[in-house]
Design a protein around this ligand. Structure first.
Ligand SMILES: [Fe+2]
Ligand SMILES: [Fe+2]
Length: 180
């Protein structure tokens, strides 16, 4: 696997771990609602910052536009779809939060399950389809340049904050395992 694309694969793995946590929270509802709310609010924070700000951001401002400029069919097809997914994900997170604010925990969990399912599908398309296309569209030198821009992006947002978010997702996972 190319080093640049490995960055995105690795981020996907971190996100998939948090998805797994999100899928195990439902049993807390009606048993310990305040604990449930605490974990879900933590997950929302993680998905907003890590999945959206750090990860989707790199795809949206660097990789996808570069790929679309090389291949129009890809740009108006699957890449367009990926952009739309990211938009939908933002709205889904807003709705989950709204339901939490209104203490509608079952609705929140239902939407969280829909969100994580859609996000898993999205990640599968990128891993199995899009990143392979990227490897054929760009040569090694070009991928290296894209990698430098990825690093710039993370640095601007904060490398340390990025690691803190990975640790934060781990801590939520552990807390859930211990708390149940
Ligand atoms: Fe994406
Ligand atoms: Fe992605």
């Amino acid at each position: 696997m190319n080093k640049t694309l490995q960055v995105l694969y690795d981020e996907h793995a971190v996100i998939v771990n948090a998805i797994d946590t999100a899928r195990n929270t439902g049993s807390l509802i009606d048993k310990d609602n305040s604990f449930y709310e605490k974990i879900i609010r933590g997950l929302i924070r993680f998905f907003r910052l890590y999945a959206d700000q750090y990860h989707h951001h790199k795809e949206e401002i660097i990789l996808f536009p570069d790929m679309a400029s090389r291949n129009e069919i890809l740009g108006s097809g699957v890449i367009h779809e990926m952009f739309q997914n990211h938009e939908d994900f933002r709205e889904m997170i807003r709705n989950i939060e709204l339901n939490l604010d209104q203490k509608k925990y079952h609705d929140a969990q239902k939407q969280l399950n829909q969100y994580t399912e859609a996000l898993l599908d999205h990640i599968a398309v990128e891993n199995d389809e899009l990143f392979l296309s990227a490897e054929t569209l760009f040569n090694d030198k070009e991928l290296e340049q894209i990698g430098f821009r990825f690093s710039d992006c993370d640095r601007e947002l904060g490398d340390q904050k990025k690691q803190e978010l990975v640790d934060f997702a781990d801590s939520l996972r552990k807390e859930l395992l211990l708390g149940e």
